[in-house]
Design a binder for this molecule. Sequence first.
Ligand code: FE2
Length: 399
Amino acid sequence: MSVNAVAQDPPATSGPMVGHTTDSSAMIWMYAPKTSQLEISLKEVSKPNKVSRYSFDPISDPAGVLAGVPYTVTLNGLKPLTSYSYRVSVDGKSEAVHSGTFQTAPVAGKASKFRMAVTSCMKIGQPQTSWQLLLNEKPNLHVTLGDTQYSDTTNPTIQWKHHLRYRAVAEFNAVLRSTPNYAMWDDHDYGPNNSDGTAAGKENSLVGWNQVWANPESGTADTPGAFFKFTWGDVEVFMVDGRYHRSPDNAPDDDKKRMLGDSQFNWLVDGLKNSKAKFKVIASGSTLADSKNDGWRIYTFARHRLFDAIGENKISGVIYMSGDVHRSRVWTHPESDRVGYPLIEVVSSGVANSKTLSYATVDFDTTIDDPSVQVRIVHGDGKTYADKTWKLSELTPKQ
Ligand SMILES: [Fe+2]
């Protein structure tokens, strides 16, 4: 399908999508024609006779020029680790595809056992079989690390049209409405290929991005960007924005070259230092080493500064996750001595844009004496190509 075909003719409705979910709440997102009345009926799967109803609010000042607007509702007062089903109606009409399910998060800070699915690089017109394989594994949440569409522009109208057409792919739509989703952009859904902080119009990209996903936050009061953190049980995930403040890839690889920008870097390190979580995930589109022209490999100062901050502050249980390169693997970084223990990188890329059609599952278990993290790399043929487990004691600096 050509880019022009994607940009024209977006559907009138899109979603629903489950966004940020906690132990007591869940955000539901839906796109529909302006001035529609959207309602959601919600029930606990184990108590199908008790139905709660909520109304959506439209997002004001939508980015781009579109026929519709995004609507959101936050469902409050939910119970932890409880499965819910829901159905959305638009102006009193409800279609079967406007329904979904999700399970709430474990109590924040409490020991838990759960599965995170990790993807990146969703491309329309490519084989989409891996989304169903992923859903069959019943992930508790889905984290997607960029290239959620390939519009290669900062024009929010064109970006929006791509998101809407991509989300009309049934297999992708099924994931968005059936599990909580958290998203970080990479180059193709932020701006042009391999783009960085110099991209003209990035402010427009950011407005649109925050309206098209249902992440908990975006940036800080002082620092714009798509970055945010969230907690699932006693795992904390830092979704870092490797585009908005990034120095150009071709800048000299010296101590002036930045990947996150100083303010976001300090936010990340402060967050890691203050985190009480057993495992701390740093997630970004950019790989630590797999790309020779668009990743941390050519940001030596920034990479060492991050690794040294983890090492010097003796922060245990840090795991890095990335996407971008259209193949997947799990490994430990050769500069792990700076961190003080094996720095695991989970590269999950090409769920629908690669020969492998691969994704990763990450199973955390903090209910056991020595908490564990198990990483599997699964390809579109349904076979598991890597299956590795680490104990927290192995990811802890020696005193
Ligand atoms: Fe990609």
